[in-house]
Every structure is written in C-alpha cells, then in structure tokens.
Design a protein around this ligand. Structure first.
Ligand SMILES: Nc1nc2c(c(=O)[nH]1)N[C@H]1C(S)=C(S)[C@@H](COP(=O)(O)OP(=O)(O)OC[C@H]3O[C@@H](n4cnc5c(=O)[nH]c(N)nc54)[C@H](O)[C@@H]3O)O[C@H]1N2
Ligand SMILES: Nc1nc2c(c(=O)[nH]1)N[C@H]1C(S)=C(S)[C@@H](COP(=O)(O)OP(=O)(O)OC[C@H]3O[C@@H](n4cnc5c(=O)[nH]c(N)nc54)[C@H](O)[C@@H]3O)O[C@H]1N2
Ligand code: SF4
Ligand SMILES: [Mo]
Length: 726
C-alpha cells in the first residue's frame, strides 16, 4: 500500500530547451550569488540556476534568483525615452539624441542660472561598479555638482559612518567563512532567513557541522529569532544601551582582551567612563532586556574563543544607527574579535552593489575610498582624469535625505534620479511628492517606466537592466563578481554606462576627459586607482573573476587570490594605526508611542519582494505568494480595538494615514505593528524617518501610530487594490 508522498505523481519540471548557459551574478540582494542564465535557440532567457562551483552560493539560489531571467521581458519596462514639458501632461516618445540633448540643456540652464550645486543627482546601490565610477566622474569631474548622493543613505550610511569612526575607513572586515570558525554569533536587527536567504543557508551549513550559540536581537519574533538559542526582544531604537551594558559586564568581570585593547586601540579611558553608566539594572529599564539575560549574553560572547556580530537595518535605520555600528565595533575590539577567523564586525549589506557604490561612485568623496577633504586625494584624481584639482569641492555636499528638503527650500532646482524610486522608498512620502512637483526639471533613469517617481519626470531615460549589460558588483564580503552580458537590452533601452557617456559628451569638460566605452576598459581604471590601497583590485581581471566565481578585495597585483579578511594584523586606517574606542552616551530622541499614537511602527521586508516591487511585482511566482500589503498586529491588541484578522484597518501618524490588511500574529508585541515597505501608498505615507546625526540615515523602524478599525471594508479593499499599481 502506498502512503503520502509516494502515492503522488513526482513533481515534473518542464524540460527547458537550453542551448547555452551564461555566467552572471544576482542583481537583487548583496549576498552575491553566482547565477547561470539558460538561453534557448533564439537567444531568449528561459531559466536560471545557481552555480555549483561558486563559493558564495554553492549551487543554491533563493526564489528571487530562480526567477530572475523573467525580468528581461517583464511588464512596465521602458521601451524608449519619454519627454513632456510638465509632469501633469502625457509623455511623448522621443529618440535618444533629443532626450539626451534636452537633459544636458536643462542641466546647463539650471547650473548657469542658479549655480552648479542647484542641480542634484540621486543614485543607487543597483548599477554596475563601472557605471558608478563613470557617474562619479561625470558628477564630480564634469558637472561639478556637490549635491550628488545615493539611496545608500537609506541603507548603508550608518555602517559606513560607523566603520569610518572606529577603524578609520569603510569596508566590512569579515566574510561568510567566519561562520565556519565562530563560537558565538550575535545578530542584531537582521532578518537573515528572509533578506539574505543564502547567507543564512551558509550559517545553517556551519551549524550543522558544529553547534555554537546564536543570539538574535530583534523586537519581533522573526524566523531568525525562532531558530536562535537566545532571542532578545529589544525595545525599538535602544540597541546602543544594550551594547554598552554588555561591555559593562565584560569589562567589570575581567572578560575583556586586555592585550588587544593595549596593542590596537585608542581612547579607552573616555570610553570606559560612559560604559560605567550602563550597569545591567539601569540598562534593562531602557532597553527592555532583563539584567540576567544581559549578563548571560555578555559572558557567552566574551568567553567564546571567537565571536562575531552581524547586523543590518535594525541597527542602521535608527537615530542611533552610526552609534549602533560603533557600539558593535567597540564590543568586538574589547574582546579582540576583529580580523580573526570567526571574530568580526560584519555589516550585512543590502542592495546587490551597495558596496560598489561605497567604493567607487564618488558619492561621499572620490573614487577608491578617497576623500574630498584630503588635498592629496583630490590631486591624485584630478591628475588621473586630467582636470584642475580646484574644480573639486573641498567637502562633501548634501546627503540624499538632505537633497529633498533642499528642493523644498528652493536651493535645488533640478534632479537626476538613477535607479531608485524615492516616491515609495523615502519616509514621509507626501512630503517627497511635493518636492518632486516643485522641480523645474526631473530626469528619471530607470529600467522601468512605471515607477511612481517617474510620474513626476520631464524626461525618462529607459535603462537596460542587470545582465542586459556587463560589469561587476561587490557583495557583503567584499567579493567582486561579474555580470556577463546575457541578452541584448530590451527595446530601445540602453546600459547606464552608455547613457552617462552620452551626457558627458554634451559638456565641454566631458570632451576633455576620457570616458571609455566598455565596462572592461573602465575596470582597468579601477585597477590602477586602487593599486596599493585597502581596496586593491589590481590583481583582478574579468576572466579571473569569472574563473574564480568572484574575488574578494584586496587582491594585489600578481596575487592568485583575494583576501578573506581585513585588519588581520591589527593595523587600522586611522593615522596612528589604531582603532578607536568611542564613548556612546544614549540620547532618547526618537518619536515614541504616547497616549494619542500608542503603537510603535516597525517596517521592513518579506522574502518574496524586493523594495518597491518594480521588479518582483511583475514576476508571477513571487507576486502570488505575497500579493497584498499587510500589517502584523498582536491578537490581544487587535481584540481591544475590535479589529479582526484579515480585515482592513487604518493606521494614522502625525504625517498621514494608510489602510492596510491586518494579519494577527504573536510574532509582534502588543505595543507594536510591523509593515513591509514594498507597497506604494502604504507605510511610508506614515513613517517619520528622523535622521541619524552622523550618517543622515532615516529611522525607518521607529515611529508612532494609532490604529483604528475601518467600517466600510469594501471601500478599503478598493483603495488597497489601487495601492498596488501593479
Ligand atoms: N527579500 C528581500 N531581500 C532583501 C531586500 C528586499 O527588499 N527583499 N532588500 C535588501 C536590502 S537593500 C537590505 S538593506 C536588506 C535589509 O535586510 P534586513 O535589515 O535584515 O531587513 P528588514 O526587514 O528591513 O529589517 C530587519 C529587522 O530589523 C528589526 N528591527 C526593527 N527595529 C529594530 C531595533 O530597534 N533594533 C533591532 N535590533 N532590530 C530592529 C525588524 O523587526 C526586522 O526584523 O535586505 C536586502 N535583501
Ligand atoms: N519604510 C521603509 N522604507 C525603506 C526601507 C525600510 O526598511 N523601511 N529600506 C530602505 C532601504 S534599505 C533601501 S535600500 C531603499 C530602496 O529603495 P529604492 O532604491 O527606491 O527601491 P528599488 O525598488 O530597489 O528602486 C530601484 C529602482 O532601480 C531600477 N533599476 C534596477 N536595475 C536598474 C539598472 O540597472 N539601471 C537603472 N537605471 N535602473 C535600474 C528598478 O526598476 C527600481 O525602480 O528603501 C528604503 N526605504
Ligand atoms: S540570496 Fe540574494 S543574491 Fe542570492 S539569489 Fe537570493 S536575492 Fe539573489
Ligand atoms: Mo537597503
């Protein structure tokens, strides 16, 4: 007799007539999985698979990667450039020359009328490194606007700022291989199983071979928290207090690595004074974790032979984002856990090329981790590009989150948006909408024409996406990997590199600087400019990267392979070669729940969708698993308000309101709600996003709302459907 599974027909995958596989790297998250795309006899992309020999993913892909080839021909792609005089008019198709001429003319008009900085550029973490470098060359070397930044200010800015403050430079020092060596993992504000499924799989592989404690700090009971040995459901926004208190226990119980502190750090005395204010009793009252648990976690971490911390947006997206990162670095410095196998401070990055933009885009400075503030750096780059060093500003300009307010005040009149969709992804979107309306000229360069932000553009430039072009991404563990050109760009769309080069040509100074036509030629510039520096690429080439399925920088000239870790010799990038221990007094400056707005609003992601759904919203197999905006709410809190599972409720903040379907779950505390931010006209209508003072990153995860039932459920359903533009 046959039971269960064995009675069923086996699952059959349709035979796909693949005639050729082409190598690329996934274009969604920063895990950096190697993918092969299968082409049929007509050259159409019909399937994707993980690459077995790639160290990152070892043949695996998450469900986004599995369906990635469907993007090439998905709905909403931009077919041709579009133009109009006012955003409220309809677009007319244009040829490339007309659209590029118009864009260049408007940039010239705005800059000559109002000054160079009145034209701003907001870019992304999702184009190729070579494209980032070229956009930087254009922005800094040709247009000369200092108001040039990226959406990474919403994402990695706190990590960058924290690394710089502690170690003297950006650059995550660890790698996935650290899971194989660590004896304790602390994960703060990261939902790894959903947001970086393959890094999570690497962790699970390590745990199967060898058990070690996993401690997850997250206000929600996430999937990660469920598999953890210890879950710390922290009061939102108070991670710095917890970190200080862990260090209080470690220092006062004699568990610190004195030799490491002596040899490799500075600032100990000032740092210790502040730590002494956070004994576990005092700390427990602020961060909501009881004193015994704080002591237990501190001892477990400090006594482990090697211990590591990973974190993502639960730390970065807070008014204490940069301090949270410094706190993590402090913890690892006093326990001697930097630069050793299994001992590290590893920021899990976000977008596929969040690292590439940090390294090469010049958003926060000049290429190759150079600074506008340093004369020598300005001189080197000016010489290499063949321009006058005086053309560069001596200080970085506005951050992305300050560019929009500067439109409000009239300081900025024109904006170029490249591969980001702020009308859905910025906090307080009603305010963003008003700023976009105010612009004299907005050009949107995106692979999709149907993004919300594009509703306000004067010119739309259709970009080729992912493997319709060629170039590199750098992942979380500093691994530079290659995207081979798999298929030709959709309709009239063009690679971003081509678009930047065409704009450059339209400026006098752009004709004097070399703008290579191929990404491989641009890559040669990166090799030269990085030689001898921390992020050394000089030993890499496209062929070598493909052969090794990605290479981790630094990879010096002549070296066969890249490097797993940074700071293995304990020498840091500050002038004295030491890392800084930095005191972190906690100031409670978030919007907190009160009588009128009694719930914490927490926001984040789900596994099926990527950001504003311009891509995943078009892929049937992703959309059908997560089709609707929803809000996680605790059943007890819902019962008090008479709100039922599956009904629509209204959430209101001091900014605005949104209507969203309620999902009752014990994952979330009674005083909090959680909403994924993927859907337009939803959570960012109400979020506040106070800014971190160091990184200018918004506190997307902490604001206050009230919740009320909606009486007309039918109307709510209609409104909800409208919120899903696709
Ligand atoms: N499927 C999918 N994967 C993605 C993305 C995507 O959109 N979809 N985006 C990519 C990008 S760009 C990024 S930046 C990453 C983000 O990856 P993650 O940061 O892992 O994802 P989030 O869901 O934004 O937030 C993580 C957790 O932070 C918790 N949190 C909220 N407030 C606090 C707090 O005060 N303290 C602590 N300790 N935790 C808190 C939330 O409850 C949430 O579970 O994901 C990347 N991967
Ligand atoms: N409430 C809340 N809001 C958040 C967050 C949160 O946790 N909560 N997280 C924040 C974070 S961490 C991030 S990273 C941001 C992300 O926010 P966005 O950057 O606004 O989100 P995306 O949807 O990824 O937008 C990228 C755009 O680039 C386009 N694109 C993709 N590839 C290419 C290409 O090769 N060329 C061009 N030209 N275009 C391309 C896509 O079609 C898409 O429109 O959201 C932030 N917003
Ligand atoms: S884990 Fe990230 S990089 Fe890997 S397939 Fe999934 S989305 Fe792509
Ligand atoms: Mo991000």
């Amino acid at each position: 007799m046959l039971f269960g599974r064995s009675r069923k027909n086996p699952v059959k995958l349709a035979d796909k007539p693949v005639v050729e596989w082409k190598y690329t790297t996934c274009g969604y998250c920063s895990t950096g999985c190697s993918i092969e795309v299968g082409l049929d006899q007509n050259g159409e992309a019909i399937t994707s698979r993980g690459v077995g020999g790639a160290d990152v993913n070892r043949g695996k892909l998450c469900l986004k990667g599995i369906f990635e080839h469907e993007l090439f021909r998905s709905a909403g792609r931009g077919r041709a450039p579009l133009m109009r005089n006012h955003y409220f008019e309809s677009f007319k198709e244009a040829d490339w020359d007309t659209a590029l001429d118009k864009t260049a003319d408007e940039i010239k008009r705005i800059q000559s009328t109002y000054g160079r900085d009145a034209f701003a550029i907001v870019s992304t973490g999702q184009i190729m490194t070579e494209e980032f470098y070229t956009l930087g060359k254009l922005a800094r070397g040709v247009l000369g606007t200092n108001n040039y930044d990226g959406n990474t200010t919403l994402c990695m800015a706190s990590a960058v700022s924290g690394y710089k403050r502690s170690f003297g430079s950006d650059g995550p020092p660890g790698c996935y291989d650290d899971f194989e060596h660590t004896e304790c993992l602390l994960a703060i504000g990261s939902n790894l199983p959903e947001q970086h499924p393959i890094i999570f799989w690497r962790l699970k592989q390590a745990l199967e071979k060898r058990r070690f404690p996993v401690i997850v700090v997250d206000p929600r009971v996430t999937m990660f928290a469920q598999m953890a040995d210890i879950h710390l459901p922290i009061t939102p926004g108070t991670d710095v207090v917890l970190l200080n208190s862990l260090m209080y226990v470690i220092l006062n119980e004699g568990l610190a690595d004195r030799a490491y502190i002596e040899a490799h750090t500075s600032g100990y005395d000032e740092f210790v004074k502040v730590v002494q204010e956070y004994d576990p009793v005092t700390a427990s009252r602020i961060c909501g974790i009881d004193e015994d648990t704080i002591r237990n976690v501190a001892r477990t971490y400090a006594k482990a032979g090697a211990a590591m911390t990973i974190w993502t947006m639960g730390i970065n997206q807070s008014t204490h984002g940069s301090d949270g990162v410094v706190g993590i670095n402090n913890l690892n410095l006093i326990t001697g856990n930097i630069g050793k196998p299994g001992g590290t401070s590893l920021s899990i990055t976000g977008q596929c090329n969040a690292m590439g933009t940090r390294e090469w885009s010049s958003c926060s400075g000049l290429p190759g981790y150079r600074y506008l503030e340093k004369e020598q750096d300005r001189a080197e780059i000016a010489k290499f590009w063949g321009i006058d060093p005086e053309f560069f500003p001596k200080q970085r300009g506005l951050f992305q989150t300050d560019i929009f307010p500067a439109i409000e005040t009239g300081q900025i009149k024109g904006l170029w948006i490249v591969a980001t969709n702020p009308l859905t992804s910025m906090p307080n979107t009603p305010r963003i909408r008003k700023t976009l309306e105010k612009l004299e000229f907005l050009v949107v360069q995106d692979a999709y024409a149907d993004t919300e932000t594009n509703e306000y553009s004067h010119v739309y430039l259709p970009a080729a996406i992912w493997a319709e072009k060629e170039g590199c991404f750098t992942n979380t563990e500093r691994r530079v990997n290659l995207i081979r050109n798999v298929i030709k760009p959709y309709a009239e769309s063009k690679p971003d590199l081509w678009i930047f080069n065409q704009i450059a040509k339209r400026f006098e100074q752009g004709q004097l600087i070399n703008f290579p036509a191929t990404t491989e030629a641009v890559f040669d510039e990166l090799r030269i400019l990085s030689k001898g520096r921390m992020l050394d690429y000089s030993g890499m080439s496209y062929a070598k990267i493909e052969a090794q399925r990605g290479i981790q920088w630094p990879c010096t000239e002549g070296a066969e392979q890249g490097s797993l870790r940074l700071y293995t010799d304990g020498v840091f990038q500050h002038a004295d070669g030491k890392a800084k221990l930095i005191p972190l007094p906690f100031i409670d400056n978030n919007e907190r729940p009160d009588d009128e707005y009694p719930f914490w609003l927490n926001t984040g992601r789900v596994v099926e969708h990527f950001h504003t759904r311009t891509r995943t919203g078009k892929v049937g197999n992703l959309n059908k698993f997560s089709p609707t905006p929803y809000m996680e709410m605790n059943p007890d809190a819902a019962a008090e308000l008479g709100i039922k599972h599956g009904s629509y409720a209204r959430l209101t903040s001091r900014r605005g309101d949104a209507v969203v379907m309620v999902q009752l779950t014990q994952r979330i505390a009674p005083n909090s709600v959680f909403i994924p931010f993927h859907f337009h006209e939803c959570v960012n209508r109400v979020s506040l996003g106070l800014l971190d003072p160091w990184s200018r990153q918004p506190a997307f995860k902490q604001s206050a709302v009230k919740i009320s039932p909606v009486s007309d459920q039918t109307a709510a359903a209609v409104r909800n459907k409208a919120a899903r533009t696709f």
